[in-house]
Design a protein around this ligand. Structure first.
Ligand SMILES: [Zn+2]
Length: 157
């Protein structure tokens, strides 16, 4: 772990907050430049296997998932923290729901479900990457719904 500002490794933990059972948030300060930042530690399920539509299996790759998401939110007013939160949230749910094998489609749908609340355009883009498994009629219906105004902020937290 290094300071994101000066790359010093002399860091001190100011506060530790347990998130969910699988994550811990820590507030840190750099002893060199005094920069304060937060980190999120997550328990990773290295053994998770993704089952693709054609039956092929590959080990779960969070980076790949993040790349697809980044492609979808390009030039949209969504910050990195929102996307990290969305990813973590999705993964948590996937890991709770599936034992060791998870269909790629379940991951995509879980992401889309959340992305839709964040940004309609990004959601549409993401969905279009996976349109082969979406029923066309349902897709069209969703697009129609998008025209009906934005959803209000759900608050919470
Ligand atoms: Zn520093």
């Amino acid at each position: 772990m290094r300071c994101p500002k000066c790359s010093s490794e002399e860091l001190k933990v100011l506060e530790t907050r347990a998130g969910t059972s699988a994550s811990t948030r820590r507030r840190r300060v750099c002893l060199k430049c005094n920069h304060r930042f937060s980190t999120m530690e997550e328990v990773l399920r290295e053994d998770l296997v993704v089952v693709k539509r054609d039956g092929r299996r590959e080990s779960f790759d969070r980076t790949k998932l993040a790349m697809g998401l980044r492609r979808a939110i390009a030039k949209r007013p969504i910050d990195a923290e929102q996307i990290n939160g969305l990813l973590s949230d999705t993964l948590r749910r996937i890991e709770n729901e599936f034992d060791s094998e998870v269909p790629s489609r379940a991951i995509a749908e879980a992401i889309m479900h959340r992305l839709r609340k964040v940004d309609g355009i990004a959601w549409l883009r993401y969905a279009s990457f996976y349109e082969d498994f979406m029923e066309l009629s349902r897709f069209a219906e969703e697009i129609m719904n998008l025209g009906g105004g934005t959803e209000s902020d759900e608050g919470g937290g």
